[in-house]
Design a binder for this molecule. Structure first.
Ligand SMILES: [Zn+2]
Length: 276
C-alpha cells in the first residue's frame, strides 16, 4: 500500500477520510454536496482524492462558489471527534463514526477478486511513526499467535503488502501485493471474510465495505467514537485516556486482551459469515 511519496500510505490518515464519507452520506440525494473546509476553502489533504473518488456527496477543491454546498468544518488539524488538551486528546462523546463508502468502478471491482475470496486479513502494526503507536500496539507476537491458530483451523490468512510497506510480515501468512490503499479496500470488499487489526485506516475501511472485523482498541480511543457496531471492538476493559505519549494504562489495556479473546471473536464472525 505504498504511495508515490514512498511512505506506506496505509499509515497516513486514511481513516479520517473514510469517516468523512460516512458523514457526507446522503448529501447528493438531497441535491447537496458536502464541502469539507473552513467555510471559505475546501481543504482536502493528500489522501482525500483517493478515498473520495467518484463520490457524489463531496465537493472537490475549486468548487467553493457552487450553489449546492453544505460546509462541514472537518479537515486536517480540525477533526470533529476530538480536541487537543496538552499531551492528550479529549474525545467528543457526542460523535459516533458512521460507516463510510467507497465508490469503486468495474475494474476495481474485478481486481478485488483477483486473489480468490474467503480469507482473513490481519494487520499486526499500525501507525508506527505516530507517538501514540505504543498505545495502539497489541504486539506482533500476539497477532502471530492468532494467525497461527486460525491457520491451524484451516483458515487462509493474509496480510496486505504494498511495494514499500514497512510493516512486519507474520510467519506463514500469505503476503498479498496491493497497488494502493484503495486497491486493498477493493480486495477487502470483494474477497475478505474478516479483518483483524488495530483501530486505524483499515478498520474504517472494513466498515465502509461491510467487512466484519475484530478491532484492537485498547485504552487510547473509545469504540463509541471511532468504532462500528458490525465489528467486535476490544478495549481490554479500559476507559480511553487519549494520551499521545506512551502510556502504562494503555499498555495494561492491550495486555488485558488475550489471544483467545481475539481468536474466539474471529471464529464467531467466520461462522456467522459461512452461515449467511
Ligand atoms: Zn492510556
Amino acid at each position: 500500500m505504498a504511495g508515490r511519496t514512498g511512505a506506506p500510505d496505509r499509515l497516513m490518515g486514511f481513516g479520517d477520510q473514510i469517516m468523512a464519507t460516512g458523514m457526507a452520506r446522503g448529501a447528493a440525494a438531497r441535491g447537496k454536496r458536502i464541502a469539507l473546509g473552513d467555510g471559505r476553502r475546501i481543504l482536502w489533504d493528500e489522501h482525500s482524492e483517493q478515498i473520495f473518488r467518484r463520490n457524489p456527496n463531496l465537493a472537490p477543491p475549486g468548487s467553493e462558489r457552487d450553489p449546492d454546498l453544505e460546509w462541514m468544518p472537518y479537515y486536517k488539524g480540525h477533526r470533529i471527534y476530538n480536541r487537543r488538551a496538552g499531551n492528550r486528546w479529549v474525545w467528543n462523546s457526542e460523535f459516533h463514526a458512521v460507516p463510510g463508502e467507497i465508490i469503486f468502478n468495474d475494474a476495481e471491482r474485478k481486481a478485488g477478486k483477483r486473489y480468490g475470496e474467503g480469507f482473513v486479513v490481519i494487520e499486526p502494526q499500525s501507525a508506527q511513526w505516530k507517538t501514540v503507536a505504543p498505545n495502539k500496539d497489541w504486539g506482533v507476537a500476539n497477532f502471530q499467535a492468532v494467525a497461527d491458530r486460525l491457520r491451524g483451523a484451516g483458515q487462509r490468512v493474509v496480510q496486505f503488502r504494498g511495494d514499500k510497506s514497512a510493516t512486519v510480515a507474520l510467519r506463514g501468512v500469505e503476503q498479498m501485493p496491493t497497488t494502493s490503499f484503495r486497491d486493498a479496500l477493493a480486495i477487502m470488499w470483494r474477497a475478505a471474510a474478516l479483518y483483524i487489526g488495530a483501530e486505524g485506516g483499515l478498520h474504517h475501511g472494513a466498515a465502509a465495505v461491510c467487512t466484519p472485523a475484530v478491532v484492537l482498541f485498547g485504552g487510547f480511543i473509545p469504540p463509541s467514537v471511532t468504532g462500528y457496531a458490525i465489528h467486535t471492538n476490544l478495549t481490554g476493559g479500559a476507559k480511553a485516556c487519549g494520551s499521545m505519549r506512551p502510556c502504562a494504562h494503555c499498555r495494561a489495556a492491550m495486555q488485558a486482551i488475550r489471544v483467545e479473546d481475539v481468536t474466539a471473536a474471529a471464529q464467531a464472525h467466520l461462522k456467522q459469515s459461512r452461515a449467511a
